[in-house]
Design a protein around this ligand. Structure first.
Ligand SMILES: [Zn+2]
Length: 119
C-alpha cells in the first residue's frame, strides 16, 4: 500500500492506494467532503471569485506584552490606567492583588524585588 496527497489544493491529507487497486477510477480526494469542497472551489475560481478563508488567530499574551513594551505611548497608557484603577480601589480586588503588590514595590524602590517564583 502507498499514499498519495489529496488532489484538493490546500488539503494536507493523504490517500491510501492499495497495491492491487480494484476497477474504476483511482481516488483523487481524501473524503467526500474534500471532493465537494474542491468542486465548489473550482466552480468559484471559474466564476472569477477568489476563494479566501479567514482564520482569526488570537495573539499570545507575550505578543501583547511585547507590543506594549515596544511603545512608550502604550506603556504610558497602561501605567496611567493602573494608576486610575489604584485610585478607584479596583486593585483591592483579589484578582488584581499581584498588580497591587507590583505597584507598591514600584512606589518603594528601595524594597527588594520578590523572587521570580512569587510573581
Ligand atoms: Zn482532502
Amino acid at each position: 500500500m502507498k499514499t498519495v496527497p489529496c488532489a484538493r489544493p490546500g488539503c494536507a491529507d493523504q490517500i491510501f492506494i492499495p497495491d492491487h487497486p480494484g476497477p474504476g477510477r483511482p481516488r483523487k480526494w481524501c473524503s467526500d467532503a474534500c471532493r465537494r469542497r474542491a468542486f465548489e472551489e473550482r466552480r468559484a475560481a471559474e466564476a472569477g471569485a477568489i476563494a479566501v478563508r479567514v482564520v482569526m488567530v488570537e495573539p499570545a499574551l507575550d505578543d501583547h506584552v511585547a507590543a506594549v513594551l515596544s511603545s512608550p505611548a502604550a506603556c504610558r497608557r497602561v501605567l496611567r490606567q493602573i494608576g486610575d484603577w489604584s485610585a478607584a480601589g479596583k486593585l483591592l480586588d483579589a484578582k488584581w492583588s499581584s498588580v497591587a503588590d507590583e505597584l507598591a514595590r514600584l512606589r518603594r524602590p528601595e524594597a527588594p524585588r520578590p523572587p521570580d517564583r512569587l510573581r
